[in-house]
Design a protein around this ligand. Sequence first.
Ligand code: XMP
Length: 523
Amino acid sequence: MIIFEPEKLINYRHVQEKILILDFGSQYTQLIARRVRELNVYCEIHPFNRFPSPDDSVRGVILSGSPFSVRDAGAPVPDLKGIKGHLPLLGVCYGAQYLTQAYGGEVLPSDTREYGRARLVSVDMEDPLFTGIVAGTQVWMSHGDTIARTPESYRVTGSTEDVKVAAFRIEGEESWGIQFHPEVYHTTEGLTILGNFVRGICGCSAGWTPESFVEMTVRSLREQIGDDGVVLGLSGGVDSSVAALLLDRAIGDRLTSIFVDNGLLRKNEYESVLEAYRRMGLNVRGVDASDSFVQGLKGVDDPETKRKIIGRIFIEVFDREASKVQNVRWLAQGTIYPDVIESVSVNGPSATIKSHHNVGGLPERMHLKVVEPLRLLFKDEVRRVGQALNMPREILGRHPFPGPGLAIRIIGDVTPEKLNTLREADAIFVNGLKQGGYYDSVWQAAVILLPVQSVGVMGDERTYENAVVLRAVTSTDGMTADWSHLPHEFLADISNQIINRVRGVNRVVYDISSKPPSTIEWE
Ligand code: XMP
């Protein structure tokens, strides 16, 4: 189980200024953090009941929304000693309602509709939170409760038609509350309002940039690692590649990267990615272990068992290869921020566990210390750091690809013949997307080989061959996804090419399901 461990944040003490976000379990908490980071201000999310006491680097605090009502018996109650009245404070939605109820005001169930778009009919432009905001601006509301009465020292600074206390300021303190959500796209001036808070009121400079992150991280990595050696498993994906480039910049060839061919990669992937890594100047070792994986998977058709076998063999292969390297004390991993944020669940605080950690257990087995240079970053920030490190587009712009690779895109047992069939069909689809100019607008694309034979005709003969599925989705983080609305002519062309050129396939279908309720992968 991975939780937020400040001591593991290699850069923690090098961050000069930051915003703390106290999480009450809202689905939008991460979005607040992403918006603050878009403003080039560093911030961290902590559970409302477990956060480090603010040191000098903390410039302000944001209280998130929540699925709870402040009137619920078990509603989250933060300890704001040392914060409220001492540091700039902004309560959003539940956060604003908490600041009202806990200090003598009243929050009641709302009898008008307070969900969706609304307009601020009045706004106090003199208030520093609303600098540059004019009446009429659209905001997004999402709450069942409303502030019915504010404590005496609270001054109302914004109202909508239905919500009198859409925003308030606490007199004599640098504390504000807003019942709408500035972080969602539908609040048109949301970024300005957040900018007014973090930059204007809290006084943060816009110093959190990819370049500053690179500089700070390289410095920290050098301090942390000293003269030791580091090993890292490259997957061909963006995260591990950016982690490798950062370490390469910090310690050069004392980083040994290992890229394993598990026999489950796309057509020509192993050779072309290895070549790209070498061109980037990485000290990389390629290991062809495809036979071990394909052997290990023989006759196995349960998806989770396939994943476990692949994870186990990967650990064995990686361990064997890494132990050939001298003086290694560290294992580097491409863990990113959403994997480590401890989230507050509706049923009480608990840690989220990322479901796709296929190679857990590696550090323990190898007795190595773990270094995670991307532990502070969201996915889009990883890409921007990659850009700042001049990572070639062929790596930076790649679609995500699952660790267990094509094995989970062959429904049922995996054989070398099926892998060949799938590889050919997949190459036609992916190349087609690139040539047609669709690759960058699709978030992830896949071909799935079904264990289904269907009848067909070729020439005068009947065939009885396999069906494949084309899957292409748009998404921002893979948590939700929609199927890509690719043109029919394009799909027709790909279908023709696959049926004409890939032996054993006589039917192609396109998956038009979104996530949820479907998932991106079929297994
Ligand atoms: P699903 O199918 O859950 O996939 O909608 C969401 C994202 O996760 C990837 N995925 C995996 N990645 N190991 C991985 O490293 C896995 O076992 C695994 N299963 C799914 C999937 O490709 C998509 O990007």
